[in-house]
Design a protein around this ligand. Structure first.
Ligand code: NMX
Ligand code: MLT
Length: 434
């Protein structure tokens, strides 16, 4: 497999680079940790390493050193399309350089070969109560596939440590290949009376997802590629990435680890915020729509949300201190293709007003929109109005990033994660001595 060969070529140099850094400079301090950080969700504690992406507070995410606009421009695209192949993005994550069209297509073709979803996965999904959340169905499907794990099998057959990453890559490719069909199946089962659409082998991974969702407008293929690209990775400290890494560090396989990450993504302060955002936009429409979105009414609505002690979903971030470039890329997509869409216009108007409200309130460190503030509005335009499905889309995409990280963590022999905890008494003693 191309990806395996490309990683193999780089591995001796990477292993030596890390070995040398630890051996020669292992005692150099990276930072200090304060009591506020210990109690405050470890915010900004520098304790993880990934070379796949980095979030700069002012600039936002870079994938392998490339900004979002650069990635969108440089990665190879299907003929006539403006948004790149996701196979090319995965190549960039794993190999570290921009692939040629042929290389991106090799990844896409690997996924095609591995895409068949075993019937038992559908049987498990169907066995759940009809009111189970789509994220529960999706997460369970990923966990159910664990019996396919090559890593788990080969580990128990005595695989050497240096080779752990190889079945981890195989597992990751096998899992990713099946995600579009699993996600579309959940959507059609829950909302379209089970009228499933056969996968189309002529389409790329994301385009095929759009097709299986039953959305006829070809622009939805572009949006699917954009969505999966933007949500894929956000360095290592976010809940889904960190959880996946933590669980995989015990040598759990990627099915177990990604399923744990998805459980974190399902929280309203993380990935579920995309569903909460759409709910919030719809309640703005219901409550302020009659006055033609009078700005004063909308501001008051935002204040009412805050005064009830609730967060405004889609706004704020633990790391970012400026508008998220992933928000901007989606805003530009909407402006280009459907500037007059009602919910899209509303999301854009909220962007004009909410940062000022949050600044006036003075609590949120970041008053700007994150990736979730507008993603649901774009889905809504294409008729995906069942907002409790939105986090599944985030999950499909996020598995790209967390699995690429898991492959490299294993290739570089990262150990089991085990930070130290203290008691409050101990922290008080430390404080009193300071
Ligand atoms: N609306 C209202 N209050 C907010 C918001 C917001 N959008 N963002 C932060 N705050 C509050 C926060 O609840 C906290 O209040 P308190 O002191 O009463 O606990 C205070 O401002 C300070 O929080 P920060 O340090 O600015 O934010 P933190 O790093 O703790 O949390 C988020 C980051 C993203 C969890 C937070 O901004 C938030 O809850 N945003 C809304 C939910 C959301 O959009 N989540 C999606 C994040 C992106 N993703 O996809 O995962
Ligand atoms: C993400 O994409 O994971 C979110 O923006 C949350 C984060 O980075 O903390």
């Amino acid at each position: 497999m191309l990806l395996k060969e490309m990683i193999e070529q780089q591995l001796p140099e990477w292993r030596e680079r890390v070995r040398q850094l630890i051996a020669e400079k292992g005692d150099v301090k990276v930072g200090e940790v304060t009591i506020s950080q210990v109690y405050g969700g470890m915010r900004d504690v520098k304790s993880l390493v990934t070379d796949i992406s980095y979030v700069d507070p002012a600039e936002g995410i870079r994938f392998r050193g490339y900004t979002i606009p650069e990635v969108l421009t440089k990665l190879p695209k299907p003929k006539g399309a403006e948004i790149p192949y996701i196979g090319g993005l995965y190549y960039l994550f794993l190999v570290g350089s921009i692939p040629t069209t042929e290389q991106a297509l090799e990844v896409e073709n690997e996924w095609k070969k591995r895409g068949k979803v075993p019937q038992y996965v559908f049987d498990v999904i169907r066995a759940l109560p009809s009111d189970a959340h789509p994220m529960t169905l999706f997460n369970l499907a990923v966990l159910t596939l664990q019996r396919e794990s090559l890593f788990s099998k080969q580990y128990h057959e005595g695989l050497k440590k240096d080779s752990y990453w190889e079945p981890m890559l195989e597992d990751s490719m096998n899992l990713i290949a099946k995600l579009p069909e699993i996600a579309a199946y959940i959507y059609i089962l829950k909302y379209k009376n089970g009228n499933y659409i056969q996968s189309d082998p002529k389409l790329d991974w994301a385009g095929n997802f759009a097709h299986m969702m039953g959305i006829k407008d070809p622009l939805y293929q572009e949006l699917s590629r954009l969505y999966f690209l933007l949500h894929s990775d956000h360095e290592s400290g976010n809940v889904s990435a960190h959880t996946t890494h933590l669980v995989a560090s015990s040598l759990s396989d990627i099915y177990y680890a990604a399923s744990a990450g998805l459980s974190g993504l399902a929280g309203p302060l993380h990935g579920l915020a995309n569903q909460e955002c759409l709910i919030w936009l719809l309640s703005v429409k219901e409550n302020c729509g009659e006055c033609g979105y009078d700005k004063a009414a909308l501001r008051q609505f935002a204040w009412d949300t805050l005064n009830r002690g609730q967060v405004i979903p889609g706004y704020g971030h633990a790391v970012l201190r400026k508008t998220d470039p992933r928000f901007t890329a989606q805003l530009e997509f909407g402006k280009k293709y459907f500037p007059e869409d009602e919910i899209f216009k509303l999301a854009a108007l909220v962007y004009e007003l909410v940062p000022d409200v949050l600044r006036e309130q003075g609590k949120a460190r970041d008053p700007w929109p994150n990736v979730d503030a507008i993603s649901g509005a774009l889905q809504y335009h294409f008729g995906i109005k069942e907002f409790d499905f939105y986090t599944v889309l985030f999950g499909v995409s996020r598995i790209l990033g967390v699995s690429a990280n898991a492959v490299w963590a294993r290739a570089l022999g990262q150990p089991i994660e085990r930070p130290k905890s203290l008691t409050t008494n101990m922290l008080e003693e430390i404080a009193n001595k300071a």
